[in-house]
Write a protein that binds this ligand. Structure first.
Ligand SMILES: Nc1nc2c(c(=O)[nH]1)N[C@H]1C(S)=C(S)[C@@H](COP(=O)(O)O)O[C@H]1N2
Ligand SMILES: [Mo]
Length: 245
């Protein structure tokens, strides 16, 4: 099992050194380059509105103060509720199955309180998430021996994520029904999102609708655009905060 990097190494000064890496990647992906950096002050008009349109975290360059930003790579997502929500578990499993929200609520719930860390620098300390351990759903489905990875799909129709099977089986990876001690809101990816506590927040797919066990890791949405598949906080995406002896 991979050790979890300590949360307390990620203070604000740490962010200040780490953030430009993320921003450079982001600006490169947007094709903005130096012109984008020069235009950044213009973004300060309407931080909230822009943050909603900025899935990458570019608006983290702006002062906004410790709160969650909402990110979505799609303009709008049709909401799902207890009646319409379904989570499909399939792929290389012996027992493919479909969970309703009630079915997920009936499973044992695990609560984890850790810092949320976006790869672009913003961080929300001590955020509670609660839900069903992914390992539990995988065990219930009966993962076949040839399986090596898990792919996650979302009912926004665009986003995807992935983990190796070993990562997916960690006990700090949840299919989350609650966030900040409330049901996961639509804006935060409710009614059900993934929560991968030891990794940057882009791994925590919102609006989770599919868990497919696969033979190989298939890079997710941001990973196809340059971010690391193994997204350990502090030890990926150009950062290495591993303490040296
Ligand atoms: N479906 C979906 N999941 C997603 C994203 C997204 O755009 N679509 N963005 C990711 C990124 S980059 C971050 S930082 C977090 C943001 O979660 P929040 O909106 O609850 O703050 O969700 C991650 N999961
Ligand atoms: Mo992010």
């Amino acid at each position: 099992m991979n050790p979890t990097p300590p949360d307390d190494v990620h203070d604000r000064s740490d962010d200040a050194s780490g953030a430009p890496i993320g921003r450079r990647v982001v600006l490169g992906m947007l094709g903005l380059g130096a012109a984008g950096v020069a235009a950044a002050p213009l973004l300060q008009r309407g931080v909230e509105a822009l943050a909603r349109q900025d899935p990458t975290g570019l608006t983290d360059a702006l002062p906004a103060g410790g709160a969650f930003r909402y990110y979505s790579v799609t303009a709008s997502v049709p909401p799902k509720n207890a009646r319409t929500y379904r989570l499909r578990v399939d792929g290389l499993v012996d027992r493919p199955s479909t969970y309703t929200l009630a079915g997920l609520r009936a499973e044992p719930q695990t609560r984890i309180v850790r810092d949320v860390q976006c790869v672009t620098g913003w961080r929300v300390p001590e955020t509670p998430f609660e839900g069903v351990r992914l390992s539990r759903l995988l065990d219930a489905a009966g993962v076949r021996p040839e399986a090596r990875a898990v792919r996650f799909t979302c009912f926004d129709g665009a986003y995807s994520e992935s983990l190796t099977l070993e990562q997916a089986r960690r006990d700090d990876v949840l299919v989350a029904l609650r966030m900040q001690d409330k049901p996961v809101s639509h804006e935060h990816g409710g009614p059900v999102r993934l929560y991968v506590a030891p990794m940057y927040f882009y791994k925590s797919a919102k609006w989770l609708s599919g868990i497919t066990v696969t033979e190989d890791v298939r890079p997710g949405y941001w990973e196809e655009r340059g971010y690391d598949v193994d997204a350990w906080v502090g030890r990926s995406n150009g950062r290495d905060d591993t303490p040296t002896a």
